[in-house]
Design a protein around this ligand. Structure first.
Ligand SMILES: O=C(O)C(=O)Cc1ccccc1
Length: 311
């Protein structure tokens, strides 16, 4: 089933990890999927209404947060995160057919991917020059276009197939268990609570006084709201001035989360809500898949139906 006239933009071109993560989401395949050349251009198109949904990388387990994504969400646009998707990442050194490791003098890739293979590059290609491209697949596409055996791309295996490159060295990431998290973003609308959700927000400090971070965290501690991620980002106002990006367990409509956010708002006028979405990083917490005919679903629905407003 398609979604007539509904457009979903993602970091392309064809063959990126972002596309692979997107294609794992079967319910999104009915959208018109449109590759964009940069993360900024995806989010800009979403903000202007040219597309209905955006899909972008947010964080890698080796290299950390993708600044282009978090900074756009925090500073540039009012967009809402509606889903997270996790993908295992294996990086390949790709080159022209027949090229070998000793031929490679230049390596291109997205900076996060270059960073995930820093040790491999230092040990195996110490004299190669590394260059940033707008995505891994863009690097593979460029190697094919330049048709130069001295240039390699660090990219997904599938991009080698698409752009007709061969694998010179495989699975060259420096750490096992390499994973990247992606966000599905839309302009407005929050998915309903599943019972296993995360909420993301940004707190802008009123002033740099002792205990200002503590007083934010105290609101969550007091209500036993579990924090999943806490990151300070430069506020762009000057060195030493930061904002705090927080991800916590729970949905904005869960009473303890609602209560914690209201108390925070009384303390800090500048809080930006970034979204509530199903938690996919805690395997114990994944929502149980079920449809209306699942006996356990029928049983629990009968109980839920008995909930009364008031006496
Ligand atoms: O999606 C891609 O291919 C990208 O270039 C971004 C990226 C880079 C490295 C790991 C995950 C996503």
């Amino acid at each position: 089933m398609g979604y007539p006239n509904k457009r979903l933009g993602f970091l392309g071109p064809e063959g990126t990890f972002t596309e692979e993560a997107l294609l794992s989401q079967k319910d999104l395949l009915g959208f018109e999927l449109i590759p964009f050349i940069t993360i900024d251009s995806v989010l800009d198109a979403l903000n202007s209404g040219a597309i209905d949904l955006g899909f972008v990388p947010i964080e890698n387990s080796i290299e950390g947060t993708v600044s282009a994504t978090i900074d756009s969400l925090v500073f540039d646009y009012d967009l809402t995160i509606v889903r997270e998707v996790i993908l295992d990442i294996h990086l390949q050194l790709l080159g022209l057919r027949g090229a070998t490791l000793s031929d490679i003098k230049e390596i291109w890739s997205y900076p996060h991917a270059l960073g995930q293979c820093r040790k491999f590059t230092a040990n195996n290609l110490p004299n190669a020059v590394t260059n940033a491209s707008t995505s891994t697949a863009e690097a593979a596409k460029m190697v094919a276009l330049k048709n130069d055996g001295a240039i390699g791309a660090i990219a997904p295996r599938v991009s080698g197939k698409i752009y007709d490159l061969s694998v010179i060295a495989e699975n060259i990431e420096d750490h096992k268990g390499n994973q990247t998290r992606f966000f599905l973003v839309q302009k407005d609308g929050i998915p309903p609570s599943t019972g296993h959700d995360k909420t993301a927000l940004v707190c802008f400090q009123l002033s740099d006084t002792p205990g200002s971070l503590f007083s934010i965290l105290a609101e969550f501690y007091a209500r036993t709201v579990n924090l999943i991620k806490l990151e300070s980002r430069p506020s762009k106002e000057g060195l030493g001035d930061y904002c705090f990006v927080i991800e916590l367990e729970g949905h904005v409509s869960d009473p303890i989360v609602t209560d914690a956010l209201m108390s925070l708002k009384r303390k800090l006028p500048e809080i930006k809500f970034l979204g509530s979405f199903p938690n996919m990083t805690d395997p114990k917490g994944l929502p149980l898949e079920s449809d209306a005919s699942d006996p356990s679903r029928i049983w629990i629905n009968k109980i839920i139906d008995r909930i009364q407003g008031s006496f």
